[in-house]
Design a protein around this ligand. Structure first.
Ligand code: G3I
Length: 348
């Protein structure tokens, strides 16, 4: 089949019918491997930086920032007509070693300097930014459910509003996203986190914090994620009622609970993708669906959640040889169903 033939079935073509953008997390190593960069261009119309745009990555080698890698990623997207989702300005797990022990005053100044410089550097070039990442942890015991981090200790709970106001001033064109993990699950802790997120968003929006979109990371587990999830539906309706859009920012489906049989695993993973995407796309204005990697060889899950039987995880749309799996077809079907629904509501 010719390149164009593949193009017409690409996920991105599904996403071009007024549905969300579809994309993947990438690194500069993906750009040097021809088959992989070709697969990204064939299937995606958005990319995000998995690691190299983070504060610790930019300051990885010295006290001076090195933007060569994020520059290459943004240039790749620009040169190929892809949208770029910036990830992430402030995250408690991406603080440079040089600032982990600094005083609150020095830390706050350095964090603000990093935010200002990198936001200004890419202003006008990005579709969106994960401005702050993983701000909630109800288990830390605060009434507001905020996670105890260096950002909170150094700047107080206003750090979230400060980050969004600064990013909006420096890049008014980017959609500003509050990105969070663990909102998708069915267990009681997830419901506590969803309630805390609603309260946080109500507080911040009432203060004029320019949050436009909620990022839902969506690291799912096959055989654990429920098909019918009324609490998540209710949560998404509240988010929609606040006038906020949603981005599915780090989607993957761990198969560590699945049997070893490859066909069975792929089926259960695809079914999890389909049920979850159908639910979120029905209840939200989804700007983009991003999988945390495009092919199974690029998943972080082999390190984070290895299978008990030692076989490699199969959590992503393409296999290690960049061939489409049932998960790819599940994502495409969900995007096309959303397109059909959106077109029918537009024409009504
Ligand atoms: O590139 C260097 C390499 O030169 C060096 O030899 C090697 C060993 O030190 O490290 C490599 O960098 C690693 C980088 O991934 C690229 O592989 C970093 O150490 C490692 O910390 C980094 O991990 C990333 C992690 O975030 C921390 O930034 C993962 O790739 C990435 O998948 C993960 O993504 C996070 C999201 O940002 C937030 N949500 C959770 C998600 C999973 O943890």
């Amino acid at each position: 089949m010719t390149q164009d033939g593949l193009k017409q079935y690409a996920l991105s073509s599904a996403a071009s019918h007024k549905t969300p953008l579809y994309g993947t997390a990438i690194g500069t190593s993906d750009l040097t491997l021809q088959p992989r960069s070709r697969a990204i261009l064939r299937h995606c119309n958005l990319v995000t930086s998995e690691y190299e745009m983070k504060w610790d990555a930019v300051f990885r080698h010295s006290h001076e920032p090195d933007y060569a890698a994020p520059d290459d990623l943004v240039a790749f997207a620009r040169d190929n007509g892809l949208a770029f989702h910036g990830h992430t300005l402030w995250w408690h797990e991406s603080i440079p070693a040089s600032h982990r022990e600094s005083s609150d005053k020095v830390f706050a100044e350095a964090a603000m300097q990093h935010l200002r410089v990198i936001t200004a550097r890419y202003a006008g070039q990005l579709h969106s930014w994960d401005v702050v990442n993983e701000v909630l942890e109800p288990a830390h015991g605060r009434d507001d459910g905020l996670r105890g981090t260096r950002f909170l200790n150094a700047m107080g709970p206003d750090y979230i509003g400060i980050a969004f106001q600064e990013a909006a001033a420096l890049d008014p064109n980017a959609t500003l996203v509050l990105n969070e993990m663990g909102l998708e699950y069915a267990h009681p802790e997830a419901e506590r986190k969803r309630r805390a997120m609603i309260a946080l968003l109500e507080r911040e929006l009432s203060r004029g914090t320019p949050i436009a979109c909620l990022g839902i990371q969506s690291h799912l587990t096959a055989m654990e994620q429920p098909r019918h999830h009324p609490d998540l539906r209710a949560f998404l309706r509240e988010i929609d009622g606040m006038g906020l859009s949603v981005m599915i920012t780090e989607l993957d489906v761990s198969d560590h609970l699945c049997p070893r049989d490859r066909a069975e695993r792929d089926r259960v993973v695809a079914d999890t993708y389909r049920a979850y995407l159908d639910l979120v796309l029905e209840e939200s204005t989804v700007l983009a669906v991003t999988t945390w990697g495009l092919s199974d060889d690029r998943t972080w899950l082999n390190a984070f959640r290895p299978r008990p039987d030692g076989s490699p995880q199969r959590p992503l749309p393409l296999d290690r040889a960049l061939r489409r799996k049932p998960a790819w077809h599940a994502i495409k079907a969900a995007l096309l169903k959303a397109a059909a629904h959106r077109n029918s509501t537009i024409s009504d």
